[in-house]
Ligand binder design. Sequence first.
Ligand code: GLN
Length: 498
Amino acid sequence: SVPNVVFEGPSPEKHEPLNDYSGPENGDTLNAYISAGKEELYPIHRTYYAVKNNIIFKIDPTTCGSAILQDYMSPFYATIATRFGRIYGLPLRTTNMDEFGMGSHSTNSHFGAVQNVPPYEKYSAGGSSGGSAVAVAAGPFKMALGTDTGGSVRLPAAYTGIVGFKPSYGFVSRFGVIPYANSLDTVGVLARTVAGVAESRLFHGYDAKDPTHATVEARTRMNANLANSDVCPLDIHDLGGRQHLKIGIPLEYNIAEMDSVVRQAWQETLEKLQSEGHTIVPVSLPNTKHALSAYYILAAAEAASNLSKYDGVRYGNRSSASDGAGDVLYSKTRGELFGEETKRRILLGSYTLSSSAIDNYFIKAQKIRRLVQRDFDRVFILNNPLRPSDEQFDLTDMDENVEMADKLGPSRVDFIICPTAPTLSPKLEEVVSQSPVESYMNDVFTVPASLAGLPAISVPFRLSSEDHETGAPPYVGIQVIGQYSDDWRVLAAGRVIE
Ligand code: GLN
């Protein structure tokens, strides 16, 4: 009775062509799009979806929000583009984003910052898939594709009051998705409702062109793992109040930096779940406190390696100031055409991979990643079908928490529920004056699931006006995190809290 991991939603014919927004707030004035409108080229039902401009669709250059790829036309389509193209036709618009996905507010784009939906234009739309979020939240798009490396689908969903889903790592092909940090990158979906996400038909058959895409055998094993487990079956189409979920609340997530309205929204969500008969239990994820630093070491290291190919020769644009040869070509092109944050990450990543620093940074961060994964494995009812072994690393020097966590006993929960971000959407002017480290703080609740490759969804909680006097967009994202491969139940749980 446990649903199959590979989900095929209803056929697209069942959808009304959605074009219920045509007001001035349709994203054009909010800098949500990279491309100019091509309405004249496509029939109106092509407003079905928009797509982040790091996924190759060939309707526009795939810029990744960068000057270096401003005119880059790929010779092929991404696998997800071919798939969506076959189901829905080509998308009408490509959406603005932080350069190469590096950011949390869509302010690090060569094409300017994305603005949140009116009357909140002065606030952050979240990032890095902020353009995709606004394309949906402001209309006319029913859904948008984004990518989530450390929260880039979930955070913009939270700040714009819509739903954002990041699947298990390796469940959606990344072929033709320009990499930021390969071991963390996923393709996700934003929509106005959980049902909209579930019906997006994001999951697809095996793609041999992505070596990290889950094979047919792996999926069969994962389905068997689900079917043989004690998890409560959840049917997204028939929630019916019969399910009884055990929900874990990670004690370490109750941080001092959390806004009181966010904490209150979290608490109200849990109280409502409890009143509906679900069980809420505290769980401990002791390595969470190191997850953010580990993420920013690993993501930057992979980015530094990935971005080395933009050399002004093979890919992308070349600086006009260069003499076309040697080091000058390389340094001028990269110095001029990468944005500040991208350069910061390249420097950071190159440093942590250098021979004198690798042991203290990169290797330690990999160990922390394993510990974060193990924390999650301890608390979920469902076993991790990948059964991560710790053989690769000797973790004994790292995990002072093993004893303590094991004493807490296996809590065995279906899901973890926590806020998506510690604060409401900040003002754009605050964001630009923040230090990089302050802006990395926004990702504190989204990166643990990314490090562990887990499925997670952000569902909006709307604040009532008396709870909320700050003028910020009145939404708190509430995040459901599930065990690896438990994507379908995560979506259903998203509907339970919606
Ligand atoms: N804000 C995070 C970063 O800058 C996550 C971005 C993402 O998921 N692409 O790395």
